[in-house]
Design a protein around this ligand. Structure first.
Ligand SMILES: NC(=O)c1ccc[n+]([C@@H]2O[C@H](COP(=O)([O-])OP(=O)(O)OC[C@H]3O[C@@H](n4cnc5c(N)ncnc54)[C@H](OP(=O)(O)O)[C@@H]3O)[C@@H](O)[C@H]2O)c1
Length: 417
């Protein structure tokens, strides 16, 4: 294959399985796709039709679910847009086969975190030398993780090749994976382990890296030091919780998973001891126990009473995945929001530090070595994707509504097939 940057891709709309991107050597105009690509003879032949320009233009387009304002699910529409170009040398273009819908997708289309994300988007533009005084963030495409096939790679992208099946994440400030194609850094993806379905692969990356951030980065529990440690996972049946029960069990931790009664069998099957939070005795019992090394709250609402479930004076941490930072900034601006957030952390810790316990926040973070660790455990069947419901791409708004309705039992997936 010609590796020269002069070659351009001609990308066909997705008429059905088996249709692929094509490389058209004679097509040498200045293309947004300055990278290596896949070829099929089918499209080589199509390039010689009588309407090459229009063909080409159509071939550079894809469908994406987008919002043009912060109007929630009602504002989502299926748009025909340009396939995102690979502009950064470490980026890759992936043809999406399946993507998950995370609670953050539903929140972002209603404006959650827009101030911080716009700052990050502007920083990304400046990094590319773009200064646009009329910058607006719309249209926005949701979707933070995906499974798909690599169709082209930037000049410096390493570790993946065109044609490989990968699973990975795309940072919240970038256009997301609820589209036929997505661009992300090569370091944000890993090969899909053999035997893992597209939907399972798409269910893991964002929830998995968020869970990793909560346990390893905020909770400071290392994989090789987790043996025998007691961990309480609140929201154990949800996307992050169902992943964490498996990850921590694989590391030899003793996991208690707090969930609704109807999810107890699911949580037990993930290696955790399930407890029903709707039982009024559950919280009292856990607080009386007071023997946990780590509490991770993935339930969607903070509950500082669970701080009491931690051991005292042993460096034990309560980590929440629902920190108020972005909401504070949305409501009070950058400076006011940061000041309020510092106050919130201090308040959380004021209650706990006197008893030798720590209150911490956790955020999703891309993490190549963590993603590799996770996919290795998937290959060994120690972690599986827990799929709640699968929706076709055409029904993406229904998938968002399903997530917004809550009571997740694993992940909601959008599939292209
Ligand atoms: N900080 C970050 O960067 C970041 C990243 C990812 C996710 N998050 C947040 O982390 C949370 C978890 O994410 P997710 O994707 O796992 O959400 P999810 O899939 O919606 O799971 C939440 C789970 O919690 C259960 N639940 C609700 N109330 C509960 C309670 N009081 N005790 C125990 N379980 C309860 C829900 O089921 P039932 O209602 O049926 O019990 C559901 O199974 C969400 O709030 C999400 O927004 C934050």
């Amino acid at each position: 294959m010609n590796m020269s940057g002069v070659n351009a891709l001609r990308l066909a709309r997705r008429p059905g399985p088996g249709t692929q991107l094509s490389l058209t050597p004679s097509y040498r105009h200045k293309s947004p796709f300055n990278h290596r690509s896949l070829s099929t003879s089918r499209h080589m032949a199509a390039a010689q039709t009588e309407e090459p320009a229009r063909e080409r233009e159509r071939g550079l387009r894809m469908q994406a679910w987008q919002c043009a304002g912060y109007d929630g699910v009602g504002g989502l529409s299926l748009a025909t847009v340009r396939i995102p170009p690979v502009l950064r040398p470490n980026d890759i273009l992936v043809r999406v086969h399946a993507a998950s819908v995370n609670p953050i997708d539903a929140s972002l289309i209603s404006g959650y975190g827009s101030q911080v994300l716009n700052m990050l988007r502007l920083a990304g533009q400046l990094e590319q030398g773009i200064v646009d005084p009329n910058f607006i963030e719309f249209p926005v495409t949701g979707g933070r993780d995906f499974m798909g096939e690599v169709v082209s790679v930037g000049h410096c992208a390493s570790g993946v090749k065109v044609g490989q099946h990968v699973m990975g994440v795309v940072s919240p400030q970038r256009q997301g994976s609820h589209a036929e194609y997505v661009v992300t850094p090569a370091s944000n993806v890993c090969l899909v382990p053999k035997g893992v379905t597209n939907e399972e692969a798409a269910s893991i990356p964002y929830a998995g890296l968020t869970g990793w951030s909560a346990v390893v980065i905020s909770g400071m529990m290392r994989p090789n030091a987790a043996l025998g440690k007691r961990v309480l996972v609140l929201g154990a049946a949800g996307g992050v919780g169902s992943f964490l029960c498996q990850l921590l069990s694989a590391w030899g931790a003793q996991v208690t998973g707090v969930c609704s009664g109807d999810a107890e069998n699911l949580v037990a099957g993930l290696g955790a001891e399930p407890l029903d939070y709707r039982d009024p005795g559950t919280k009292q019992m856990l607080v009386r126990d007071g023997g946990y090394d780590l509490v991770v709250n993935c339930s969607g609402s903070d509950d500082l009473e669970y701080l009491e479930a931690l051991k005292s004076w042993m460096g034990a941490s309560y980590v929440t995945l629902s920190p108020p930072l972005l909401t504070n900034i949305d409501n009070s601006g950058i400076v006011g929001g940061l000041v309020k957030s510092v106050r919130d952390v201090v308040q959380g810790n004021a209650r706990s530090v006197s008893q030798g316990r720590l209150y911490k926040w956790a955020f999703f973070m891309p993490n190549p070595s963590a993603l590799k660790h996770i996919t290795d455990l998937m290959a060994k069947h120690r972690i599986r994707g827990v799929v709640d419901k699968i929706f076709p791409f055409s029904d993406a708004p229904e998938a968002y509504s399903h997530v917004i309705a809550g009571h997740a039992r694993g992940k909601t997936i959008i599939t292209m097939q």
